[in-house]
Design a protein around this ligand. Structure first.
Ligand code: GDP
Ligand code: IMO
Ligand code: MG
Length: 444
């Protein structure tokens, strides 16, 4: 029996509007993959528009778990067109490995995956730069990147002269372009302190390797901007899948402890080419608590037994790097900021079940900076490091929620907790997740 026949599972029916965007409102890993997979049923296209293989989106279908990095989480429904738009930085080797891994598990990846010829390509030197620069960048605490070459590839895109887009791989002169870049990169890497063997880049070998990837990817490569503009203008139902979370946004996040793309809602139009005015519904995804992986300030962090308990119950270890995620209480100041920033209409609260056995819970409702109370999110990380979170205590519900399927059946204290989040963020909670599977979802 193939994957699709095996997994015709019961799942909640979802109402859809023409264009929906799913965006993480914290520091990533809010379970966007689960929500996108679930919402895919009502859409004709699912689009990744920023980030790259730093993303690790988990989809659990009929008990089987899949980890996706570059392939959109809509891939589990063969009739849906998946698109990797031009704002994504593409590592062709890791994309092909992902496609092969899916094929081995009977998930079909053919013309149902299209990739923008404008996407910038990740090369071996980007990995070296990521490794060498991570510590230098902040002069203290490391950013703690995923080491997937994401920042260096975006840097080359902005810098232009050393950049390669996917479409370039199919042009005459690609070999010369690589030769020119390799010459410059050798000098740059030596300047950054790379050992001689780390700068022994062989332009010819790299050209051949990438020409091989280009041949395999050719059936998928197209002008996705034109495709998406045609789609929105003809009223197709499109689902945009954000990667990372809005607090990691290059312009609006906790700079410099961020990723290198616009991971808040503002990234949709620059990354895909679809004007923001077409997006009719923005779903902000939040965990019922907060996590962060990598360096940088985290006001509600519980670097203690509470954090450890959340980590174990929520299996909070990085999907991409397996690093233990830092865990803490729900920060309503940060999430209200990113909900406003991303134009969020409604909230999906994920991993509520992880909090099932706590006797009491805390929510951060304001920050105190130099004795002054504020609900604004500071723009400088030094201030964010200095703030004292104002924590409100709420009683826990201390009963399992994983089998519940209706809002009305949730324990009273769980309802109160969700209501408080909705009130603080000024948006309704329309989706609640009580387990990783498609079925473990409650709709308002
Ligand atoms: P993403 O990057 O936002 O897609 O999130 P990740 O996949 O990195 O991390 C979310 C993790 O939580 C994954 O392991 C999911 O399978 C899991 N998950 C999703 N929803 C729930 C839930 O409601 N409860 C529990 N316990 N786990 C969940
Ligand atoms: P998904 O899509 C959580 C974090 C890294 C690091 C910072 C910069 O699964 O939610 P980068 O490699 O992007 O230069 O790293 O951003 N980071 C993520 N954290 N989830 C992600 O993606 C992340 N992608 C990047 O840990 O702190
Ligand atoms: Mg993730």
């Amino acid at each position: 029996m193939d994957f699709y026949a095996r997994n015709r599972v019961r799942e909640p029916r979802i109402e859809t509007v023409p264009v929906t965007c799913v965006v993480g409102l914290q520091w990533g890993d809010e379970a966007k993959g689960k929500i996108v997979d679930l919402l895919t049923q009502g859409h004709e296209m699912v689009v990744r528009y920023q980030g790259g293989s730093n993303a690790g989106h988990t989809v659990v279908v009929g008990g089987e778990s899949f980890k996706l990095s570059l392939v959109p989480s809509g891939i589990f429904r063969p009739e849906v067109q998946c698109v990797v738009a031009g704002g994504v930085v593409l590592n062709p080797k890791s994309l092909l490995a992902e496609i092969d891994g899916l094929a081995r598990r009977s998930v079909q990846v053919g013309k149902n995956l299209l990739i923008s010829d404008r996407a910038h390509v990740v090369f071996p030197w980007h990995f070296e730069e990521d490794r060498l620069l991570d510590r230098l960048a902040t002069g203290g605490e490391a950013i703690g990147t995923t080491q997937r070459g994401i920042g260096p590839c975006y840097r080359d895109k902005v810098g232009r002269s050393l950049a390669v887009r996917l479409g370039d791989l199919y042009r005459d002169g690609f070999g010369q372009q690589i030769e020119k870049i390799v010459k410059a990169k050798r000098q740059i890497l030596a300047g950054l302190g790379a050992a001689p063997e780390e700068i022994a880049l062989d332009a010819r070998a790299i050209t051949d390797e990438y020409a091989g990837y280009a041949r395999r990817l050719a059936p998928h490569v197209t002008d996705t901007t034109a495709l998406l503009l045609d789609a929105v203008e003809s009223g197709k139902r499109i689902l945009f899948e954000g990667a990372q979370g809005a607090l990691l946004d290059i312009d609006h996040g906790t700079f410099p402890y961020v990723t290198s793309s616009n991971s808040s809602g503002v990234g949709v139009s620059s990354g895909s080419g679809v004007p923001g005015r077409h997006v009719t519904r923005v779903i902000g995804v939040i965990k019922a608590y907060t996590t962060r992986v990598g360096g940088g300030p985290f006001p509600t962090e519980q670097d203690n037994a509470i954090g450890q308990h959340i980590r174990e119950r929520g299996n909070e270890y990085g999907t991409v790097t397996r690093r233990p995620r830092r865990c803490g209480w729900f920060d309503a100041v940060a999430a209200r900021y990113t909900a406003r920033l991303s134009g969020v209409d409604e909230l999906a609260v994920m991993l509520l079940d992880v909090l099932d056995d706590f006797a009491e819970l805390k929510i951060c409702t304001a920050y105190e900076l130099d004795g002054k109370r504020t609900t604004n999110f500071p723009s400088h990380v030094d201030d964010l490091r200095r703030i004292v979170p104002v924590l409100e205590t709420m009683p826990g519900w201390q009963q399992p929620t994983t089998e519940l399927r209706r809002m009305a059946d949730l324990p009273e204290n769980a309802k109160k907790y969700l209501d408080r989040i909705a009130q603080l963020l000024g948006r309704p909670v329309t989706i609640v997740s009580v387990g990783p599977d498609r079925e473990q979802t409650i709709l308002a």
